[in-house]
Design a protein around this ligand. Sequence first.
Ligand SMILES: [Zn+2]
Length: 410
Amino acid sequence: MAKILKGATAQETHSAILDLIRSSGVVTRVDLADRSGLTGASISRVVKQLLADGLIIETGLGDPTGGKRATLLQFNPRARHAVGISIDTPSTTYVVTDMNGRVIEQLSAKGIGRDTPATVIKRLTAELEDLIVKTSIEPATLVGVGVALAGRQGGGDQLLRANANKYAWEPFAVRDTLSAAIDHPIVVENDSTCAAIGEFWTGRIPSANDFATVYMAAGFGLGLVTNGDVYRGSSSNVGEIGHMVLDVNGPDCWCGGRGCLEGLAAPARVVSLAEQDKSLTADLGLRGRRSAIRSDFARIARAAASGEPRCLALIEESATYLAKALLSITNLLDLDQIILAGPGFSEAGEIYVRVASAEINRLSFVRAMHPTRVELSKLGPSAAALGAASLVLHSQLTPHQTANRGALSG
Ligand SMILES: [Zn+2]
């Protein structure tokens, strides 16, 4: 940290200290000086400013060390708020969070479905306005709106949707259209990256820790946080592990390849394998419609979690393919920690954690050097929306960490 702050501007120093307070939760001025390498006088000056800005508060006294009890500092949770929206085909999730990333209000609404982009954006704008009014937060404390997108992103923060009928890409100008209707900064990012930044912000992960988040909804995505910032790749389409090839002779994939992780392990694959067993289909009441894949998968995963042997075999097979993909990713990136997030892990996440953890710690190339922890996200099925809100807080409050400031508009 001291090295990072060498030659830093006053604004960068403020951001870095605020980020230390975020990852510490509760901290004293002495701790901040120790961890940042700044002098006590510099820390006092920065803290004074952060207190004056209302971003942090004093919350009592710590344990006595050498006689004097130091004042504890922490975020002032109500000082700033953010909205996060996760836009996906089956549903749209909205959350309003405080500065710690705690949810104050949330709403689930209709997803994109087969609607045109214009219809979807109009609906989003109206729902968002209603939600902001309902939460009755002070408008000046709302720092922005983060949008998590499932799917490919195009230039200018557009979502590119594959039109299933034409197999053409449909541009969907999310940021520009929302910016025109909403008087707050809009930040757009893919859902896996949002989930990763949500873990970072709300899980108080220090900037020094590098980790990955695997997000499972209809498919799989990987979000990476390194050195306190998200890794975006050249077009914010980083982490498409769903199209990592695991079987060169495997089934055809809609992406044009074959044997992709998605085709071998995603919810649609698990449901289609379950449907080959007529008695299982009847026992679980699977509906077998394309629009019911998420709920059919949830039934199978719930049964697997309670030990139903046929469902357990199906989920373990899906988990094994995911584990093989994660093993390659760990070997590529040398990670300490992988967090499994998103609605796909809601019912049987523990099975995925068990299988992936065993596989990685049995075969990872660096297993003799350090373990790789595989954990379930604590953010629940709204991880992407929560992460989108965290992304806004991160880019507005600790911008020194955000290399791609072009992602911010408004
Ligand atoms: Zn593919």
